[in-house]
Design a protein around this ligand. Structure first.
Ligand SMILES: Cc1ncc(COP(=O)(O)O)c(C=O)c1O
Length: 277
């Protein structure tokens, strides 16, 4: 069987062709992006739990056990010889059963200056509200998020923040968001449709340990603009300060005190969490 791929006509087997002609075309699949540190995955247990949870939302059967997934992730990581890596796990519908893939890429972090200067972010206003059931799953149907991100990048921003049809803040296209006001922290509640981020969860735990109140609630643009500090979270980025929203400066100093505190705590925690599994 012949297929066309990027300027070449390739002879592929029926099984290989099936990989292209499957859930990938319909965005009918789920994935996880994970960080490997020194050959171990940070919060592997939480990523795998979310992977299965996302698949349940899509009613996509993943005919593999957690143990099996752990073993293939570790093996792909070893075979690629990048102890610090991005690891992507994806499952998407196939003719008989879900296709499963693990991809490993050398970790290329943002330069340290980016963490000092912070992200410039831009609002992306949704014209209709998304079904939180689906946005809470990490699915391969990401055209909207990717378009918002690419549009922001083309205009010189680092990330787009999604606000729903009623003006409520949801999250970034690949990040969860935290606003700091005084000694309290605010983050959109999951019911507004944000992903239950692994790093978000870690930050909530760190705040609890520090005795810092985190209010999971509804947030609007005025809350963003009134923040003393804003930071974003993502498994690959860690904790990233935000310097400006729609070109308006946020807070007086970047990174702010709370952001710095959480970054330091999170960096220590992630070293521990990759040793547990
Ligand atoms: C839409 C969205 N929100 C939040 C996150 C952050 O999640 P995590 O901390 O699990 O990486 C991601 C990660 O890619 C994402 O795609």
């Amino acid at each position: 069987m012949k297929i066309y791929l990027n300027n070449k006509f390739l002879e592929v087997s029926k099984t290989e062709a099936e990989i292209f002609n499957s859930g990938l075309f319909r965005g009918y699949g789920v994935f996880e992006s994970m960080r490997a540190l020194d050959g171990k995955i940070v919060y592997l247990n939480l990523h795998l739990a979310r992977f299965f949870k996302s698949a349940r939302v899509l009613r996509l059967e993943i005919p593999y056990t957690i143990k099996y997934l752990e073993s293939i992730i570790r093996k792909t990581l070893r075979l690629n010889k990048f102890p610090d890596a991005y690891v992507k796990l994806a499952a998407f519908a196939g003719a008989q059963k879900a296709n499963l893939t693990v991809l490993v890429k050398k970790y290329q972090p943002y330069p340290p200056e980016k963490y000092k200067r912070g992200f410039k972010v831009k609002a992306y206003l949704l014209k209709a509200n998304l079904d939180p059931k689906f946005t809470q799953a990490k699915t391969l149907s990401r055209a909207l998020f990717e378009t918002a991100y690419q549009q922001a990048k083309a205009q010189g921003f680092d990330e787009a923040l999604l606000l729903n049809n009623n003006g409520y803040l949801i999250e970034g296209t690949r990040t969860n968001i935290f606003l700091v006001k005084g000694n309290k922290i605010y983050t959109p509640a999951l019911k507004y449709g944000c992903l239950a981020g692994v790093t978000r969860k870690a930050v909530l735990g760190l705040a609890k340990n520090q005795g810092i109140a985190v209010i999971e609630n509804s947030l609007k643009e005025k809350d963003i603009l009134a923040s003393d500090e804003i930071f974003l979270t993502n498994s690959l980025i860690g904790i990233m300060p935000v310097a400006a929203y729609n070109r308006k400066k946020i807070g007086r100093r970047v990174p702010g005190k709370m952001t710095q505190l959480f970054s330091e705590d999170y960096n220590k925690l992630k070293e521990k969490r990759c040793q547990e599994r």
